[in-house]
Design a protein around this ligand. Structure first.
Ligand code: ASP
Length: 322
């Protein structure tokens, strides 16, 4: 894998959190805190991306991540181009690289990519021009780095330290890129007590999530947890025959108010969205006092601003002189 940092240590691409240092992640979170504004406050407006063109290439449906990248780019002064699957020439047979080179010729500086297949972000890193960056907005089941960062920021805001925190991820971990990126983020920041909670068929392979404990009963997995992250069942990544019954799943693995009492009284409830109320989480919990789900969304914009501002600062070193 190519380094995501340039020779001066600046963030050049972001396609995975694997291999990023605690200092790099902390610097992004610190910067995101400066950009963060609560709902009702005027949004941060800056010029950090003035003159930068960002192309959002989404080859898989997305509402919140795409809106979040779009707002983050515009609030820092970028030009933004949104190309989704229907609107792109990929479906018309033009190769991905032709699309990239065409957009590069229009002075695109940053590509934000979401794809349901693994490999595209890394492939693009190998092919883009030296003054162009690639950011993953979700790669198959593998990686969703900005989600991992926004989850880490949300936890840090409430808990301050990761060492000693008991973090439970509950649900379809096997197919979840969020679980992988968030687990990497919190481990890099010092969490040593990660619990994976799922029916056996939705737990990841043994060699993944090194050091995490595995549970097949939610009551055991969330006992005394400081953070509970609920995940959606990723039906689009399952073979049809593996489909689970929603009612049975909620009965066995859903987070409701009764089960939440097993966790620490100050436990945070998180969910990356989209939520399936009544399947993995009850509305009472999703909208309840322990839920930080909308804070995650708020932090998402701030984190994406921070990532793009860091990358833009690096890119200025690689631009062609006039
Ligand atoms: N929005 C998240 C993702 O892109 C989680 C999900 O879809 O369940 O992976």
């Amino acid at each position: 894998m190519q380094s995501q940092l340039d020779s001066a240590g600046g963030l050049r691409h972001l396609t995975t959190l694997d291999g990023l240092s605690q200092d790099t992640i902390t610097a992004i979170l610190d910067r995101a805190e400066r950009y963060r504004r609560l709902p009702g406050q005027p949004a941060y407006e800056g010029r950090e991306l003035a003159g930068v063109t960002v192309a959002n290439l989404f080859f898989e449906p997305s509402t919140r991540t795409r809106a979040s990248f779009d707002l983050a780019s515009r609030r820092l002064g970028a030009h933004v181009l949104n190309l989704d699957q229907e609107g792109s020439s990929r479906v018309k047979g033009e190769t991905m690289l032709d699309t990239i080179y065409t957009l590069e010729a229009m002075n695109t500086d940053v590509f934000v990519i979401r794809d349901s297949e693994p490999g595209l972000p890394e492939f693009l890193i190998d092919h883009v021009a030296p003054h162009v960056s690639v950011i993953s907005a979700g790669e198959a089941h593998m990686s969703h780095p900005t989600q991992g960062l926004l989850d880490a920021l949300t936890i840090r805001t409430h808990k301050r330290r990761f060492a000693g925190l008991r973090i439970a991820i509950v649900g379809d971990i096997k197919h979840s890129r969020v679980a992988r990126s968030t687990a990497t983020a919190v481990a890099t920041l010092g969490c040593t007590d990660l619990r994976l909670v799922a029916p056996g068929m939705l737990l990841p392979a043994e060699e993944e999530f090194r050091g995490a404990q595995r549970f097949t009963r939610i009551e055991d997995g969330i006992a005394d947890a400081d953070v509970i992250m609920m995940l959606r069942i990723q039906r689009e990544r399952m073979v049809k025959s593996a489909a689970l019954d929603d009612d049975a799943y909620f009965r066995d693995f859903g987070l409701d108010a009764r089960r939440l009492q097993l966790a620490s009284p100050s436990a945070l409830v998180m969910h990356p969205g989209p939520m399936n109320r009544g399947v993995e989480i009850s509305s009472e919990v999703a909208d309840g006092p322990r839920s930080v789900i909308r804070e995650q969304v708020n932090n998402g914009v701030a984190v994406r601003m921070a990532v793009m501002a860091s990358i833009a600062a690096t890119l200025t070193r690689h631009r062609r002189p006039l």
